[in-house]
Ligand binder design. Structure first.
Ligand code: AMP
Length: 997
């Protein structure tokens, strides 16, 4: 044990398992005692270990030793790892598997000595002069002699002119492909920059080398060079075996029962392992390429010391701590709990191969359950056990593990794990010299990677050097820089609060927090926050009494007329007891009376509840009950559709006697305040009952006043197409009527016919319009010229189709097009994005003035830019909650986690999104199974509940199915009770649910 230089406390050792492995193999070899790595970790000091071994009276060898095969067969097999690489080489070419290294040599170099030293190395290590012959059914190794090998001299002064030129040349030399059936597996080039300055580039193929091999190579190169110039024999031990002996040994040993037993462990460990879904900057290509880049960083002495102290305390190695921190980072970035990370392991536990150049390195897939509510310490202990166990089973080649565990290969992802953590622990060669010339490492361009991400660390003095190799197919440098920052911040949090739940460990820097909370939400703007809809409308009617406010078919009302008519209704409603806080359902077909009705209710102090006359009776009944309505505003035409209920008076908005009382045309005197309810709009609820979202006057005003996502003036003419039960009408109605614009209501007939629609838009000189996303797609596909005369178009309600938006952008570059995003609960729009640029995916944008947005994880922590979380919105648009559902309100409208005001709330939208670096948000999907079907927001649970209530089914499952046209259909799977009559079920559903059925 002393011989290999172990400290008394094993855990003083940083790094990977290397020294552990060497202790174990030394004990096994020298003492002929079976010792597991786990035992080594349990009995963490040498004294405790010795006592344990004595007490256990252990004996027996672990791995059979490798011996030189004196009569080698004609067919020498490849090692398992070589075989895999050989396959990959056929598919991808060699470049991704080159191992290049470069050094700058300043001084009087003896080139012949260098050449001879290399030649001797090629001679000593057969693997460097071994080709792969694949004439037979199975490929085999064929050893050449070293004579043909030579150091290449590169002598062209062009390269010395600039560092870029030199870099380019190094890159070219290192990237020349290897022919595995013909070439030496090592190349060396000497670029002569000046008489006394050279750059040495050595390129090995991974099939014949690994990281460890570079240390062996450098050590031998120094000795052989020095021996040559000192004219003495080199002090190198003869190599007891060659790589071919190892591959024969491996093939012989790792088969049958031995292999099966070892594989069983891995199969058990890795069964069903999840694919890591980290957020990426670019869409993952169908087939992965090896394009990559490297970012370097360091971890300072203070933090490194703190990490080491933590290790001492926890009985773990630096690798384990880094792995735990890395897994937390991946967990926090992906939201996943099943996290598997790959890590290379030197796999040189046997003395015989320690000094060989060759491909011995193996990869371990280290899988952990990472849960937000476990403490760092808990995770670390779990990782320690996993790692130590994996060390015990390290000699099963990774390719065998993949073969046993992975049933279906995905061509654009690595199998078993997609990211790596590497703790460099190749033996250190102190200062490197060729004679008296120091070997100074030369940095060079690195542009390949085998993994999505690979974090790498090495100890350097008292600190740690880190680097991230990343796939440039997936990530930008900016994202990787942020990731490194988060990793470092996490490490800092870990040493400070090792007992803390990992979901709560601080990961963002103060500057990032400021950016997310303050800079991206810098939306405070003046707006008439003390005014109600009624105040603003009446002001407008005074200002522009004779301007046309409202149009439907042939009917027109000026602001004055609309004001007076709604006043008349308001006076009547007031006389019937309508006042502040009273909900008044309004069930009217599209008409000017519908707007008169709405305004009348508001002016009476009440809040309107739009009921679409096409709703099934059951749904209407439910809404009437839920609102405890005493009065319903309706029309002659729609009145008949209302269920007759005792105690409910139906007021005909057009009742002759209301409207003829001319003395009641004046404004009502109201005590309305901005925090009083303006309307309640119902949306789908998963329990089977829709929920009423309560919106105040102030909420509405903040949507259309003091805004900058759109400019609304008295020159605007807007065509409103939807039913008043859609919350987009909030924008349409009040966007126009509180800004002096002209509101045009569109009839059903026109809506369904793009020719008529185009005619209407042009005839009425419409300037602005809101479209739900799928309807927009349909219009673009059918007749894009519908929109040609518009000035501004808002599209949204669900994820936009890039294809359609871009077609529109190209056809009409001067029409402004805005992505409008937001739930009813935050009054129509929470975020908007002015689509000026073409990109892979259209963001939903940034918060409206006086509104705010946050992206949070399950612990309600801020997630960094680029990381997906739940979009939460708040500010002036935030609803007062759900009518009669305080519990659901508490669940969705939670305390604002970043506000000092106890009453501040934010709404959890259930939408998943991520911040882009410029402060826009990208929508990526839903947390739950809420979907949009033709603009309707539907919780699939609502339909399932309704189905079950039919009493005809045992079970029901509804899914939204994307059809070929890109829109969705609902598909139901049911377990019927007795005979199943599909038509009956559908009729039943139609009677229960709105028209989306
Ligand atoms: P609603 O309350 O009916 O307006 O529906 C709100 C939900 O529709 C949001 O929570 C989103 O899931 C979805 N949504 C609305 N606008 C957009 C948009 N522009 N892009 C993506 N999804 C949207």
């Amino acid at each position: 044990v002393e011989q290999i230089g172990i400290h008394d406390n094993f855990f003083e050792l940083g790094g990977h398992s290397l020294l552990a492995m060497r202790v174990v193999s030394a004990v096994r070899r020298e003492l002929k005692v079976e010792l597991s790595i786990k035992e080594l970790f349990i009995y963490s000091t040498i004294a405790a270990l010795a006592t344990h071994l004595n007490a256990a009276g252990k004996g027996g060898l672990f791995l059979p030793s490798i011996e030189a095969v004196s009569h080698r067969p004609v067919h020498i097999p490849l090692s398992f790892s070589q075989e895999r690489l050989w396959f990959i080489d056929k598919l991808e070419g060699t470049i991704p598997y080159h191992i290049p290294a470069a050094w700058r040599l300043k001084g009087d170099l003896n080139k012949e000595a260098l050449n001879q030293a290399f030649k001797e190395i090629v001679n000593r290590h057969e693997v460097l002069r071994t080709n792969i012959i694949d004439k037979e059914a199975e490929p085999s190794l064929l050893v050449m002699d070293a004579e043909g090998w030579d150091l290449h001299m590169v002598n062209d002064l062009w390269y010395s002119q600039s560092n870029e030129n030199l870099q380019q040349r190094i890159h070219e030399l290192a990237s020349q492909p290897f022919n595995l059936s013909k070439d030496y597996m090592i190349r060396a080039h000497l670029i002569m920059l000046a008489e006394d300055e050279n750059v040495l580039i050595v390129t090995l193929h991974h099939i014949a080398a690994d990281g460890w091999s570079i240390s062996v190579l450098v050590k031998e190169l120094m000795e052989l060079y020095n021996a040559y110039i000192e004219r003495r024999p080199a002090l190198l031990f003869p190599l007891p075996i060659q790589y071919g002996d190892y591959s024969l040994w491996q093939r012989n040993y790792l088969q049958g029962e031995v292999l099966k037993k070892k594989l069983t462990y891995w199969e058990h460990k890795l069964e069903g392992v999840a694919v890591l879904e980290l957020p990426t900057d670019y869409l993952r290509p169908v087939e992965r390429s090896n394009r990559g880049a490297v970012l370097r960083f360091s971890i300072d002495k203070i933090l490194t010391d703190q990490l080491k102290a933590l290790n001492r305390h926890e009985g773990t190695t630096l690798f384990m701590t880094m792995l735990a921190a890395f897994k937390i980072l991946l967990h926090r970035y992906s939201g996943q709990e099943d996290i598997c990370v790959g890590s290379p392991i030197a796999n040189r536990t046997q003395k015989e191969i320690e000094d060989l150049i060759g491909f011995f390195i193996n990869t371990l897939a280290l899988r952990s359950k990472v849960k937000s509510d476990m403490s760092f310490k808990e995770l670390l202990q779990q990782i320690r056990d996993t790692t130590v166990e994996a060390y015990e089973h390290q000699d099963v080649p990774f390719e065998k593990v993949v073969g046993a565990v992975v049933k279906e290969r995905d061509m654009n992802r690595n199998p078993l794990f997609q990211v790596m953590l590497v703790m460099q622990n190749t033996p250190k060669v102190d200062t490197l010299y060729l004679g008296n010339i120091p070997l100074a490492s030369e940095e060079f361009l690195h542009d390949t990677t085998h993994f999505d991400l690979s974090f790498s660390f090495s100890e350097s003095g008292n600190s740690l050097n880190g680097s991230v190799e990343y796939s440039t197919d997936l990530y930008t440098e900016e994202t990787i820089k942020r990731m490194v920052l988060h990793f470092k911040t996490l490490l800092g949090s870990i040493v400070k609060y090792p007992q803390q739940n990992i979901g709560l460990l601080p990961m963002l820097t103060k500057a990032e927090e400021h950016q997310l909370l303050i800079e991206f939400n810098d939306t405070a703007t003046e707006y008439p926050k003390e005014k109600t809809i009624v105040d603003l409308f009446e002001d407008q009617a005074l200002k522009t009494p004779d301007t046309v406010a409202l149009v439907f078919e042939e009917e027109k009302l000026t602001y004055k007329e609309l004001n007076e008519k709604s006043n008349q209704l308001a006076h009547y409603l007031k006389s019937k007891g309508v006042k502040e806080g009273i909900l008044v359902p309004i069930c009217i077909e599209k008409s000017v009376e519908m707007i008169i009705g709405i305004l009348g209710i508001l002016k009476a102090g009440g809040a309107y509840v739009p009921i679409d006359p096409v709703y099934p009776e059951d749904r209407i009944s439910y809404m009437l009950e839920d609102t405890q309505a005493k009065i319903v505003v309706s029309s002659k035409k729609s009145e008949v559709l209302l269920p007759k209920k005792e105690g409910i008076e139906i007021v005909d908005v057009n009742g002759e006697w209301i409207m003829s009382r001319s003395e009641l045309k004046d404004n009502t005197i109201s005590t309305l305040a901005p925090n009083q309810l303006a309307y309640v709009i119902y949306t789908s609820g998963s329990t089977g009952k829709p929920k009423g979202v309560m919106i105040t006057h102030g909420n509405v005003v903040s949507l259309v006043k003091g805004i900058d996502y759109i400019s609304l003036t008295d020159k605007d003419i807007l065509l409103s197409t939807g039913s008043s039960s859609f919350d987009a009408t909030t924008f349409e109605y009040w966007g126009m009527l509180l800004n002096g614009g002209k509101l045009i209501l569109c009839s059903e007939e026109i809506l369904l016919n793009s020719e008529l629609l185009k005619e209407e838009l042009q005839k009425r000189e419409v300037t602005a319009m809101w479209c739900t996303a799928r309807w927009f797609d349909l219009l673009v596909d059918n007749d894009i010229t519908v929109f040609e005369k518009l000035k501004i178009l808002l599209v949204g309600g669900e994820k936009l189709s890039e294809k359609h938006i871009y077609k529109f952008r190209e056809s009409y570059p001067s029409i402004k097009i805005i992505n409008g995003y937001g739930p009813t609960e935050n009054t129509t729009f929470s975020l908007t994005y002015d689509i000026t640029q073409i990109s892979d995916s259209i963001p939903v944008g940034r918060p409206l003035n006086n509104r705010s947005a946050y992206i949070l994880d399950r612990q309600q922590q801020l997630v960094p830019i680029g990381v997906a979380g739940e979009i939460c919105v708040g500010g002036a648009g935030l609803s007062a909650g759900y009518l009669t559902q305080p519990e659901l309100t508490r669940e969705k409208f939670v305390h604002h986690p970043f506000s000092n005001e106890a009453s501040d709330r934010i709404y959890k939208t259930g939408d998943i999104g991520k911040w882009l670096p410029d402060g826009n948000i990208q929508y990526t999907g839903r947390i739950d199974d809420q979907v949009k079907i033709r603009g309707y927001r539907i919780e699939l649970g609502e339909i399932e509940s309704a189905l079950l209530l039919s009493g005809q089914l045992h079970q029901a499952v509804i899914i939204a199915h994307n059809n070929k046209e890109g829109s969705k259909n609902l598909v139901g799977y049911v377990v019927p009770k007795g005979m199943f009559d599909k038509e009956k079920i559908i009729t039943y559903l139609k009677s229960k649910l709105p028209e989306y059925m």
